[in-house]
Design a protein around this ligand. Structure first.
Ligand SMILES: Nc1ncnc2c1ncn2[C@@H]1O[C@H](COP(=O)(O)OP(=O)(O)OP(=O)(O)O)[C@@H](O)[C@H]1O
Length: 480
């Protein structure tokens, strides 16, 4: 008998299959027939992001040997055993904030070695290679550490391996290693009117960002390295290109091409036209984000990070998650940008972390990483927690002009939360009175992510599950 299964909780994606799912069975994604292996990848992707598919898609659904083969079976069992630990750790996470984290945060703010103006209106960022806090490990020095060899437990390298959404996955051709763009300098000069000021859309530590109009009508963002920082930024440029070229996800800014020739270093990415999350929180775009939009944005960021941490060819740690690195589309979907500080995670299964220089933006930086130089994906989880507080309160992580007990936003929020005054934390621009329970859950999640030590923090997949649960309660309550 035919059985029909669909998911309404996975945004617009609609996964169906017809039983029996052996010979002659039909698998579709948004009405398009696909192979089961693709279907299962989409299913696993959505499951990882918190979607619930009911009994017909039990955990064993995609482990049938003849469809997925031995490697996938092995991968699944490894993943399962890996997953079991964080889960139990996670269930014991307490909402706690030890002083040490804040001490380090303050140290980061006060210690001159951490201070550097990057942009007049932006957060402070740790210095680049030359004068940053420096502890180099053997893995840092090894040339292979910048490369991303395939892991035996990850699927074959392809930017399209995990779908941006299963619908796109089913339809889009495999992009070449660096995407379809292969531009000459004269084309880039024409696209940016010779890098004229009128094309400038922003400036960061790496250089200036321009908007480019290509002959075929495509609009792109072109990051141009500042010449005076060329040598220092070489690794950063290479890191951004190497890592971006290997990923493809709807919540990550897509790399389209690059130029590394003579005295030009350019990174060409998709242009995301609706500004940064910080712009929107500041009201700089003339709009105010409502609670639902904020929730959707954090879910998008969470999905982007989940992909980087658990589904990319090799784990990628972004290291600079912050509101000015979250770009928004016209429909308010979020994309994580700026992979200049990104690093590949551990390659060896015995390795729990990589030892590396501390990089990131003050206020978002994991205090444990700052203290130990040990980098793991949980450092991104910490920054995500800080971002979550930021998006709920509208306040930057560090608000220097506020009274003493309000300067460090997460500390201020944690104190208020513990006093039961959660409504006082909500961004006055949020324009909506949200149920107290939902707010408490959101803040509680943020504090778990921003816990002082990595073992207290959930991983991004677990965060995604909590966010989906919060979203369901929110939608249920708004319909009541
Ligand atoms: N792909 C893009 N599409 C649209 N705008 C972009 C894009 N990339 C960057 N921008 C704009 O350019 C600005 C500078 O970006 P960039 O990544 O260089 O620096 P940043 O993240 O703001 O600061 P820093 O690199 O110092 O942390 C961004 O704030 C954003 O406004």
């Amino acid at each position: 008998s035919a059985s029909f299964v669909s998911s309404s909780v996975c945004r617009s994606d609609h996964l169906t299959y017809t039983k029996p799912y052996q010979q002659g069975s039909l698998f579709t994604i948004n009405g398009n027939p696909v192979e089961k292996v693709r279907f299962c990848e989409a299913l696993r992707f959505h499951k990882a992001n918190g979607c619930i598919f009911g009994d017909s898609f039990s955990d064993d659904f995609c482990t049938v040997r003849y469809l997925l083969g031995r490697r996938f079976l092995e991968e699944k069992s490894v993943k399962d055993s890996k997953n079991s630990k964080p889960k139990s750790e996670y269930s014991h996470v307490k909402v706690s904030m030890a002083g040490s984290g804040f001490l380090l945060l303050f140290c980061g703010l006060c210690c001159p070695c951490f201070r550097k103006e990057r942009k007049a209106n932006s957060h402070e960022v740790l210095p680049k290679e030359s004068n940053s806090v420096h502890q180099v490990s053997s893995s840092e020095m090894s040339p292979s550490s910048e490369k991303i060899p395939p892991s035996p437990f990850r699927e074959p390298p392809s930017p399209s391996r995990v779908p941006q959404s299963p619908s796109r996955y089913a339809m889009s051709p495999r992009p070449s290693r660096l995407g379809p763009l292969n531009l000459s300098m004269s084309q880039i000069n024409a696209a940016t009117s010779n890098f004229s000021d009128s094309h400038q859309i922003g400036e960061g530590g790496f250089g200036v960002v321009y908007k480019g109009f290509l002959d075929d009508g495509q609009v792109v963002a072109i990051k141009r390295a500042k010449k005076e920082h060329f040598e220092n930024l070489r690794t950063e440029f290479k890191s951004e290109v190497d890592l971006l070229s290997k990923i493809g996800h709807r919540n990550l800014v897509k790399l389209l091409g690059y130029v590394d020739k003579g005295d030009e270093r350019l990174i060409i990415t998709e242009y995301v036209r609706n500004g940064t999350l910080r712009d929107h929180l500041d009201g700089a775009r003339g709009t105010k984000l409502n609670f639902n939009q904020r929730l959707e944005i954090v879910i998008d960021v969470c999905h982007g990070l989940t992909y980087l941490h658990s589904y990319a060819e090799r784990q990628i740690i972004h290291r600079d998650i912050k509101s000015s690195n979250i770009l928004l589309t016209d429909s308010m979907r979020a994309k994580v940008a700026d992979f200049g500080f990104a690093r590949g995670g551990p390659t060896d299964s015995n390795q729990t972390h990589i030892l590396t220089q501390v990089k990131g933006t003050v206020g978002y930086l994991d205090p444990e990483y700052m203290r130990t130089y040990q980098l793991t994906a949980k450092s991104d989880v910490y920054s995500f927690g800080i971002l979550l507080v930021e998006i709920l309160t509208g306040r930057r992580p560090v608000e220097a002009k506020r009274p003493h007990d309000e300067k460090i936003t997460v500390r201020w929020a944690f104190d208020k939360y513990n006093e039961g005054r959660v409504f006082e934390l909500v961004d006055p621009n949020a324009r909506e009175r949200v149920d107290e329970k939902i707010l408490r859950k959101m803040f509680s999640l943020a504090f778990q992510c921003a816990a002082p030590t990595k073992k207290e923090r959930p991983d991004m997949e677990a965060v995604g599950k909590q966010l989906w649960a919060i979203r369901s309660s929110y939608l249920r309550r708004s319909m009541e």
